[in-house]
Design a protein around this ligand. Structure first.
Ligand SMILES: NC(=O)c1ccc[n+]([C@@H]2O[C@H](COP(=O)([O-])OP(=O)(O)OC[C@H]3O[C@@H](n4cnc5c(N)ncnc54)[C@H](OP(=O)(O)O)[C@@H]3O)[C@@H](O)[C@H]2O)c1
Length: 246
């Protein structure tokens, strides 16, 4: 899974198509969508129009928990809209309210993975307790848990808990709830001649956490993946981690 992906929530219609097309030009190869976003067709069209080989792309989509019992039909529909034979990662968007439904859905995801429709399967917005329940029931841990993550939400114990279980923690909404005029971020950004948003995204990379920023604006789409010409010192990473305690 490429460590930087393009988030597509709230991009609809032509904006979803042109955002993804621009992202492909900027070098993104990882795309994050969901049935709920209503943009799988536009995302898929942009991926196909780019001419980039499917094997070079990493596509994630998600199923709503209310679709328990309809997993195969939902994934088949996502694949048709995306115009692909498989997704690289298929996630349960958030935990079904009943434990029994959660276990049932997870078992079905594993079955569809075995059938080759998803290269890997995981969850989103699950607590470690929710995940342990799935592991206990099925014997298989989700490959990924996609969760809300940003400097203010940094939690070393949550990160360690995922790593102990061999689960990749993927962060969503890295920028939306971050005060980009925060003194710590502004100071670090000026030391590297980058923007505070780039510092936040690079901070994910320093922690080896996959990050999926969304933008509808071409200059931001490009800037949000222009993260490999600088790195943060351990001291800078620690200062940003400490924003989680504030
Ligand atoms: N699993 C889940 O439950 C879940 C929940 C939420 C999100 N997600 C996924 O995670 C992706 C990212 O999260 P998100 O879309 O909620 O939030 P985000 O990526 O943190 O932030 C997007 C917002 O920040 C702005 N922005 C983007 N780049 C910027 C920059 N360089 N400087 C300043 N502002 C910038 C965007 O505005 P412009 O468009 O105007 O640039 C947009 O308003 C989603 O698109 C979705 O794929 C998953």
């Amino acid at each position: 899974m490429p460590i930087v992906g393009f988030g597509t929530w709230k991009l609809r219609g032509h904006q979803a198509y042109s955002g993804c097309y621009q992202a492909l030009k900027a070098g993104y190869r990882h795309f994050d969508t969901a049935t709920m976003y209503g943009n799988e067709a536009e995302v898929g069209q942009a991926l196909r129009d780019s001419g980039i080989d499917r094997s070079e792309l990493f596509v994630t989509t998600k199923i709503r928990p209310s679709d328990v019992g309809r997993e195969r039909a939902v994934l088949t529909s996502s694949l048709r809209l995306l115009g692909t034979d498989y997704v690289d990662l298929w996630l349960v968007h958030w935990p079904p309210r009943r434990d029994e439904a959660s276990r049932q859905m997870w078992a079905e995801l594993l079955r569809l993975k075995a059938d080759g429709l998803a290269r890997d399967v995981g969850v989103s917005n699950y607590s470690l307790g929710d995940i342990d329940d799935l592991i206990e029931d099925s014997g298989t841990a989700p490959a990924v848990n996609q969760v809300h993550w940003n400097p203010r939400r940094f939690d070393a114990d949550v990160l360690a808990g995922h790593r102990e279980r061999g689960i990749e923690l993927e962060g969503y909404s890295p920028l939306k709830d971050t005060k980009l005029d925060n003194r710590v971020l502004v100071d670090i950004a000026s030391a590297h001649d980058v923007t505070p948003a780039q510092v936040v995204l690079r901070w994910h990379i320093e922690h080896d956490i996959t990050v999926i920023p969304k933008s509808s604006q071409p200059d931001r789409i490009w800037a949000n993946i222009d993260l490999f010409g600088f790195s943060l010192t351990q001291q800078e990473v620690n200062r940003i981690d400490e924003m989680g305690d504030a």
